[in-house]
Design a protein around this ligand. Structure first.
Ligand SMILES: NC(=O)C1=CN([C@@H]2O[C@H](COP(=O)(O)OP(=O)(O)OC[C@H]3O[C@@H](n4cnc5c(N)ncnc54)[C@H](O)[C@@H]3O)[C@@H](O)[C@H]2O)C=CC1
Ligand SMILES: O=C(CO)COP(=O)(O)O
Length: 332
């Protein structure tokens, strides 16, 4: 007798949730997809694509179980993938009346829940009593736009229970998606959060007129800073040069698809935080992450000149030009 395949659902209606549903649709017969907007769901049902995010991706509606009722979707699924921006996670989860007991939660969110200052895995563990063996992370250098184009991409699936990481890997792997598993759920999550801050720094530098030579030094310093930071929060043997850490830093720091880089670029060019936010139709997680990461590093004493610089510019209204001059003297 073949083992029953667990039911899987994606929570979120943005670019990344849409890309994840696409990747799953290569392997999974029925995928649950929750998002808040009923009108977007109706549009998907009628037109087979998400009207707002990576709308070039076409879905086979027969493969989708669509709902804007979060409790209905939680009851339906065994494996829950969250791809809601971190700033809205708490608000979404507060709608839950259905228990999360026994569910396996994978976070595809690359951010820190702002109110608690916790990475998403820790948030589910501490606030919803989910055991760490039932928590996983979907990460890696991967932009939703390139998934839509079916350009070869690599994901890392992290979970302390290797069988769950492998199962998630089998759901996502395809002709254009390669997967790898890891047991570093804390380190991979922090890396995914921090690289957004460094990508904002890269964007700021570009907006200020620094060139490729400077960016290479910035990225080289960023990976060392990331290593120091992660070692303070969760010491274990890891290779920081792996794709989930260095790879994701590089794609976000260099890609024109990166929203964090775009946001930083606007700040470097002289936009205020408010005007840069208004200009963006998508989420730059690094903005929120900077505040949380700065607080964490104040507690653990990690040396983080790049995070400090970005924090001063975004939250203390300091002049990017002056702060980058000071930073440039600290880089090597
Ligand atoms: N876009 C990408 O290539 C990747 C994104 N991620 C991560 O995925 C997460 C989601 O990002 P994207 O899908 O790219 O975002 P997006 O910018 O494409 O979409 C924003 C999403 O936030 C939702 N939203 C806006 N206001 C909301 C509210 N008040 N309550 C609940 N939801 C609200 C929108 O409906 C939309 O679904 C982020 O943590 C991001 O770092 C991770 C890997 C790749
Ligand atoms: O995480 C990402 C790529 O791996 C997406 O980065 P941005 O949110 O900056 O677009």
């Amino acid at each position: 007798m073949t083992k029953k395949q667990p039911k899987i659902a994606v929570f979120g209606g943005g670019s990344w949730a849409t890309a994840i549903v696409k990747m799953l649709s290569e392997n999974v017969n029925e995928i649950g997809w929750y998002m808040r907007s009923e009108s977007v769901l109706d549009h998907i049902k009628q037109n087979q694509h998400n009207p707002k995010y990576i709308s070039s991706v076409e879905f086979d509606i027969n493969q989708l179980f669509l709902s804007n009722k979060i409790n209905e979707m939680v009851s339906y699924a065994d494996y829950l993938i969250f791809a809601v921006p971190s700033a809205f996670l708490k608000e979404e989860l507060e709608k839950l009346t259905t228990s999360l007991e026994g569910k396996v939660i994978f976070s595809a969110i690359k951010g820190i829940e702002p109110e608690s200052g916790l990475i998403v895995g820790e948030y589910f563990h501490k606030k919803y009593n989910i055991p760490y063996d039932n928590i996983g992370v979907i990460t890696g250098p991967c932009h939703a736009e390139e998934v839509a184009l079916e350009r070869l991409s690599y994901l890392t699936l992290a979970c302390s229970d290797e069988s769950k990481a492998k199962l998630m890997s089998s759901f996502l792997k395809s002709r254009y998606i390669n997967t790898k598993t890891s047991d570093d759920i804390v380190g991979t999550e922090y890396a995914a959060v921090l690289k957004n801050i460094y990508a904002m720094a890269a964007g700021m530098a570009h907006g200020l007129g620094y060139g490729d030579n400077f960016q290479a030094v910035l990225m080289s310093n960023a990976i060392r800073e990331m290593k120091r930071f992660i070692k303070k929060v969760h010491k274990m043997k890891r290779n920081i040069n792996n794709s989930a850490y260095l790879g994701d830093l590089l794609v976000t720091g260099y890609s024109t698809f990166s929203r964090n880089r775009m946001f930083g670029n606007m700040i470097g060019k002289g936009y205020t935080v408010k005007s840069a936010m208004m200009e963006m139709s998508m989420v730059a997680e690094g903005y929120y992450a900077t505040k949380s990461a700065y607080k964490i590093k104040q507690k653990n004493g990690a040396k983080t000149p790049i995070i400090d610089t970005v924090y001063k510019i975004l939250y203390e209204n300091k002049d990017p030009k002056i702060e980058f001059l000071k930073l440039s003297e600290r880089l090597d």
